[in-house]
Write a protein that binds this ligand. Structure first.
Ligand SMILES: [Cu+2]
Length: 297
């Protein structure tokens, strides 16, 4: 009798311990799922977001609220990673980041490894692992990450003081010998166009967009030069997106070349090893109504 009640008590205590263990283990998972729902709550457009109306049908815009600041919480600047994948985490203030699950659109951060096409991060406080796998299996040596916030339609938020532009250097295993990254030099960061577009999907045209740091863009200072499919180079004298008319972009494949140039239209390089970040070549595609987007779009 006594023995059986003791063993019953023991069973009860073990059951309670198991229950406690299950609760304590399951709680972080539950929290993580809640966080994955997105910011702000529940993957919705913020209440104060304004519809763009006929200018850009289907899009909303929220903020900025004062000056925007963006920085990396991870990885650490000028440190080696443990492993060969980078999963950046951000601190951002002054600009709402969200994804509206119903519209499948939202404000996000463009994250650029080295001088590759950007990846869109809609959850900046979580380690970012783009589906493309672009941030994995990195080559040994010196790499950079750049980031800036963007609108639902992928236009960068431009801020002259550059406080919303984050830029860091990191290493896989070790530094590449003789490669230095001078973050004080004039820098042109390519953003758009990227990938595939539906012909006439935006009444404004097709957006060419970029971020400029440590340089003023004007008619008698630094300028941005672009050329599409080898056409005569166009000079941009204002830090604003260029909306290219659809009439100039019938369905097909295109190559765009973007350069930072000085007041004499001479290219200004930003060298990281053998890569010139101020000279970017990209292909994009304009699809006819009958064509399907390829997977990964
Ligand atoms: Cu974007």
């Amino acid at each position: 009798m006594c023995r059986s009640s003791a063993s019953a008590r023991l069973t009860l205590v073990s059951l309670m311990l198991i229950a406690l263990f299950v609760i304590s283990c399951s709680q972080p998972v539950a929290n993580k799922n809640a966080e994955n729902k997105n910011t702000p709550a529940n993957g919705k457009t913020p209440a104060d977001a304004k519809p763009m109306g006929s200018v850009a049908p289907g899009y909303f815009s929220a903020g900025p609220h004062g000056n925007v600041s963006l920085s990396f919480a991870a990885p650490e600047n000028e440190k080696s990673l443990t492993g060969n994948a980078v999963n950046p985490i951000f601190n951002i203030t002054g600009y709402p980041i969200y994804k509206d699950e119903e519209r499948n659109k939202g404000q996000h951060i463009h994250v650029i490894l080295d001088n590759e096409p950007y990846e869109a991060d809609y959850q900046p406080t979580q380690p970012f692992k783009p589906e493309s796998g672009r941030f994995e299996n990195l080559k040994e040596g010196t790499h950079t990450l750049r980031a800036f916030p963007s609108r639902e339609w992928h236009e960068s938020i431009k801020q002259e003081d550059g406080a919303n532009f984050a830029f860091l250097t990191f290493y896989v295993n070790a530094k590449t010998p003789n490669v230095t990254v001078d973050k004080t030099k004039p820098l042109l960061t390519y953003s758009r166009p990227k990938g595939e577009y539906r012909f006439k999907d935006d009444p404004r045209g097709l957006m060419l967009d970029f971020y400029v740091t440590n340089a003023r863009i004007s008619a008698n200072d630094y300028k941005v030069q672009y050329s599409i499919n080898g056409s005569r180079p166009q000079i941009v004298t204002r830090w604003e997106p260029v909306w290219i008319k659809w009439e100039e972009l019938p369905p097909g494949e295109y190559k765009v070349v973007l350069d930072l140039v000085d007041k004499n239209n001479k290219p200004v390089p930003f060298m990281v090893g053998h890569l010139d970040y101020n000279h970017t070549e990209r292909t994009f595609k304009v699809l006819a109504d009958s064509e399907k987007f390829s997977s990964g779009h």
